[in-house]
Write a new protein. Structure first.
Length: 353
């Protein structure tokens, strides 16, 4: 059979997500809470009155962008909506990165930065976090000087480590880098730290946000991006039309109209994160990293063994078998208290057995 794939991506491994049966799911940083009843009832009412799904959706997601602008305190012209943050990462790279252009990515961090860079023909260059997984700004500036990147990704809180970049360091990077800085704040609601309000005042920064984590809409795939309107307009040149379906647009809009309910849920998850952190810190053989996200990263002697034994009990956590720095680590999504406690007891039995 003929091979048609481009030579430069023949060794690119697809990002596969395996469907594994489970009793407790703590592996994907999803919210443990489904849509509130009030929103479900409103959606059911609107669907019965006529949903208009025979028509294409609003290609610009006008009503949703206006709702996002009110939530974030920016202008609708400074907002773009995408099919999750993934699509926004991809279109941003498509807009600014050409064949042979370098993109800096923190490491370890979200794998799609590098994958989409390679698909675009660019060259991803990893900038290692330090031994405690903190951002090493000296390393970033050295990499900028050496590789002359077109674009730099920063993930804060960082996935999978949970730590944040110092805000002063981030703003200095934005001011001193002669290229585009993309700040991924997918988990920003869990730490109440954001540069959204400042971002629109700079010509070279875009902030990524999502409804998947704090707002529990992972199944509907809605992300958004905020930045200086001229920069956002440039990315619009490569955004596909009709990218967000009508149903997802309406649900996200209703979420922001009921945002106080979600703020209570976020506070509950943050409190549970701190409780889980202390419980895990008391388990012999476990090192827990502080986190500002809705997950915790832990280190054990044999991460793959622990992962497999948890999976045998129907408890899913995230492992990193192909990452040398994370082979002994597991990422635990903060779930409801009962699930978290069941996980901790299972972990204790495995390590003590």
């Amino acid at each position: 059979m003929a091979e048609f794939l481009r030579d430069d991506i023949k060794d690119l491994k697809p990002y596969k997500v395996h469907n594994i049966p489970y009793k407790i799911k703590l592996d994907a940083n999803e919210s443990p809470y489904d849509l509130p009843d009030a929103i479900r009832q409103q959606l059911a009412k609107e669907l019965m009155e006529g949903c208009g799904f025979n028509r294409y959706p609003d290609s610009d997601a006008t009503a949703l962008r206006e709702a996002i602008s009110r939530y974030c305190g920016v202008s609708p012209d400074e907002v773009m909506v995408g099919v999750g943050s993934d699509e926004l990462i991809r279109v941003t790279i498509s807009a600014f990165v050409g064949k042979g252009d370098v993109v800096l990515c923190p490491s370890p961090s979200f794998a799609m930065y590098g994958i989409f860079t390679r698909i675009a023909g660019g060259i991803p260059v990893d900038v290692p976090l330090d031994d405690n997984f903190n951002y090493d700004m000296d390393a970033f500036y050295k990499a900028i000087e050496q590789h002359k990147p077109k674009l730099v990704f920063v993930c804060s809180p960082n996935n999978p480590t949970g730590n944040v970049i110092d805000k002063a360091d981030l703003m200095n990077l934005i001011k001193n880098f002669n290229g585009v800085v993309v700040v991924d704040e997918a988990y920003g609601e869990f730490c109440e730290e954001s540069i959204v309000s400042q971002s629109v005042n700079y010509p070279n920064v875009l902030v990524l946000k999502t409804f998947s984590k704090a707002f529990g809409l992972a199944g509907l795939r809605i992300g958004y991006m905020i930045g200086n309107r001229r920069l956002v307009e440039e990315v619009y040149a490569v955004k596909p039309p009709y990218n967000i379906n009508s149903f997802s647009q309406r649900v996200a809009q209703l979420v922001l109209e009921n945002v106080d309910v979600f703020r209570i849920r976020i506070a509950t998850i943050v409190n549970e994160r701190e409780r889980l952190y202390h419980r895990l810190s008391a388990v012999k053989g476990v090192e827990v990293y502080p986190s500002k996200a809705n997950f915790l990263l832990i280190k054990v002697d044999d991460g793959e063994m622990v992962y497999k034994k948890l999976k045998e009990q129907g408890i899913l956590v995230r492992n990193f078998p192909s990452d040398p720095r994370l082979k002994s680590h597991l990422r635990i999504t903060v779930g409801i208290r009962q699930d978290n406690d069941t996980f901790v007891e299972a972990l204790k039995c495995i390590l003590e057995g």
